[in-house]
Design a protein around this ligand. Structure first.
Ligand SMILES: [Zn+2]
Length: 120
């Protein structure tokens, strides 16, 4: 269950970032998860929801962007998404292609929302 650790790291980053704003609070956080990062999006979401419950971040939204594995062909230069573990070049059929991306695990963006100025 390393999703708990990841959810914690996301929240830590959100808290750190939002501490820089006095009049705004975090509204939505987006993360990119590569196919090879071995993170289960559902379980990450579950952990995230559990962690923010009854905290000041309880209405923070989590957006997960899933990034499939991508390969590049050294022969024709094509870049393509791997489907069903088929690493052959989609354009020329080359069998030995190079890994490009798909192991990312990163914060993509954080949306802040301004507080309503209290004029009471
Ligand atoms: Zn090719």
């Amino acid at each position: 269950m390393h999703e708990v650790g990841i959810a914690n790291a996301i929240l830590e980053a959100v808290r750190l970032e939002s501490a820089r704003y006095a009049t705004a609070r975090p509204r939505r956080v987006s993360v990119r998860i590569g196919e090879l990062a071995a993170v289960d999006p559902d379980s990450l979401r579950f952990c995230f929801e559990a962690l923010i419950q009854d905290t000041e971040l309880s209405d923070l939204e989590l957006e997960i962007e899933f990034c499939p594995r991508r390969q590049r062909c050294p022969t024709c230069g094509a870049e393509f998404t791997v489907v069903d573990y088929d690493f052959r070049c989609a354009r020329c059929g080359e069998e030995k292609t190079d890994f490009v991306s798909g192991d990312q695990l990163e914060l993509a963006s954080l949306e802040m929302e301004e507080y309503e100025p209290s004029t009471a």
